[in-house]
Design a protein around this ligand. Structure first.
Ligand code: DHE
Length: 501
């Protein structure tokens, strides 16, 4: 690439900016000739959507701090930068093959990795808490009692969604938007290996028995199922609706009691349920018999595509968001049909929904991405219990069975630095925290017993703030690089009340 650079600099700018040509000369060696990524991320519209306000041409011209992305402003004219930006923003001419062979070929196992007989550190293994740091693509492994950082490991570029722990909490799996799945051994504090399960992926889910990890893909239109043991490919299933329509998978969820994965389909009015064991259970009972075997699929036909699911704690029902983002649709998973509708204007973010018991009733709460409010819903009769006004639209909610409070961030707008603390009984905001004026303050996780609540200052020179979850006083600030989600082993593997799944 250096030689190519010299040639270009010596001969001046390209005569007629040819984005594709410039890409091949300057970008392909890191981002791949087919734009599917290499040492740099994939440069395709599906991946670039996440830039969230950062300008693509700005990144090409000025580079990216703390990455290997150089600044091209001295090599390329403004028109040439725009031409490359336009080229990488254009859809791929064809969806690349990414089947069993390609996925298997991408697997890289860590050479010097050896399992250990016991953890290489002293700590309560159930109180380990991971912090995903998206600023420089790392995960910090915290001792949840002392908040000491036990390890900080590099992840693939742009991790999204919650990492998933094995049922015993010993291993964790992390997924990036470019479809890489990384397996990490918490006892050994070492990466075990990684594999690219999709070209552009959404999230992952662990089967109830811990044997399988499902990866929801946008590109190609598939669900990849990996063996958690050695990351081999167990299944790549194409997603085709009954009318022949191919669909992206918006998300995959684990339904532990049903021993199944539940899939939200982006482009088809169907919900899929895929079994993860042959045993009897709600999934096996509800299955129509159209397919048999461990990954048997069941289709649940709905009126329109539904996205972003909240599940009742028994995984018997889900609420999905309508495409218009103005209502929630309740689906009974056993009956396999829609049973209710709820008015939820302002784009509910049901995936962040949490549930708890209030005055003998099961309730859930969801933030809305386009309105400053939280809807609290009775999950028996699907009535709206209360709409809580907030200082702006929020993204994440969290509570814990031992806490009196729900914590809700204000992710968007001028009050993005605020964090509301809400009483679970009165549904009143009891305190609004403002720990880092002007900075985004978001996402909450509790430690195992609910004693502390951990909150992110979501900035490159950010921090995780540890609060006493009862007094709401700050206890500690741990410097972190744009910390996003935090995940406590115990809360996740026990499906703690108050965590979104
Ligand atoms: Fe997420 C979880 C979808 C944008 C950070 N996000 C999820 C999940 C889904 C989802 C389906 C649940 C997966 C799981 O944990 O298994 N996210 C979407 C979108 O559709 C949306 C709105 C648009 C998109 O770009 O895909 C979106 N998400 C974002 C962001 O812009 C965030 C704030 C920054 C980022 O990293 O991209 C973001 N999403 C997160 C985080 C979680 C998440 C931190 C895990 C939350 C948890 O506590 O479990």
């Amino acid at each position: 690439m250096a030689g190519m650079f010299g040639l270009v600099a010596a001969s001046g700018a390209w005569a007629d900016p040819d984005g594709a040509g410039i890409y091949m000369d300057l970008c392909a060696s890191c981002h791949g000739e087919a734009r599917l990524g290499g040492i740099g991320p994939a440069l395709i519209p599906e991946a670039l959507g996440r830039l969230r306000g950062e300008s693509l041409s700005g990144i090409i011209a000025n580079g990216r701090v703390a990455t290997q992305m150089p600044a091209f402003a001295t090599t390329l004219s403004a028109e040439e930068v725009e031409a490359v930006a336009a080229y990488v923003s254009s859809p791929l001419a064809h969806i690349p093959d990414w089947g069993v062979a390609e996925i298997e070929a991408s697997r890289v196992m860590t050479e010097n990795y050896l399992p250990v007989q016991k953890p290489v550190f002293e700590a309560d293994l159930m109180n380990i808490t991971l912090v995903v740091e998206t600023g420089d693509h790392h995960v910090s492994v915290l001792n949840g009692d002392t908040f000491e950082v036990l390890d900080r490991f590099a992840t693939p570029f742009a991790v999204h969604g919650g990492p998933k722990f094995s049922p015993d909490g010993r291993y964790v799996f992390v997924m990036s938007r470019d479809g890489w799945v990384q397996k990490y051994d918490i006892w050994a504090l070492k990466e075990v290996g990684r594999i690219r399960a999709g070209v552009n992926s959404r999230n992952i889910a662990m089967s109830e028995d811990g044997r399988w990890l499902a990866v929801a893909n946008y590109l190609p239109h598939t669900l990849t199922i990996l063996s958690t043991e050695d990351l081999h490919v167990a299944s790549v299933r194409e997603i085709v609706a009954q009318d022949g329509q191919s669909s992206r998978v918006s998300a995959v969820y684990q339904a532990p009691q049903r021993r199944s994965f539940i899939l939200a389909l982006k482009d088809a009015p169907e919900i899929w349920e895929i079994g993860t064991s042959d045993d009897a259970g709600p999934f096996a009972d509800a299955k129509t018999g159209e397919e048999k075997g461990v990954f048997a699929r069941r289709r649940i036909v709905v009126d329109e595509p539904l996205d972003d699911f909240f599940f009742t704690p028994d995984y018997g029902k889900l609420i999905g968001a309508s495409r218009a983002g103005d209502r929630g649709v309740v689906v009974d998973l056993d009956a396999g049909k829609e049973i209710a509708e709820l008015p939820l204007p302002g784009m509910p973010h049901l995936g962040s929904g949490i549930s708890w018991q209030r005055a003998g009733h099961d309730v859930m709460a969801t933030p809305h991405l386009k309105e400053g409010k939280l809807s609290v819903i009775d999950t028996k009769d699907w009535s709206i219990v209360k709409v809580i006004e907030t200082l702006g639209p929020g993204f994440f909610l969290r509570s814990h069975e031992n806490s009196k409070y729900v914590w809700a961030d204000v992710f968007f707008g001028p009050n993005k630095d605020k964090m509301h603390v809400i009483d679970k009984e009165t549904l009143e905001i009891v305190k609004t925290l403002d720990p880092a004026p002007g900075k985004t303050v978001a996402h909450i996780e509790f430690t195992k017993t609910g004693k502390y609540a951990l909150v992110s200052i979501w900035e490159d020179d950010g921090a995780v703030i540890v609060y006493d979850a009862e007094t709401l006083e700050e206890v500690k600030r741990l410097p972190m690089r744009k910390p996003s989600g935090k995940y406590n082993v115990w809360n996740k593997i026990t499906f703690s009340d108050g965590t979104s799944h």
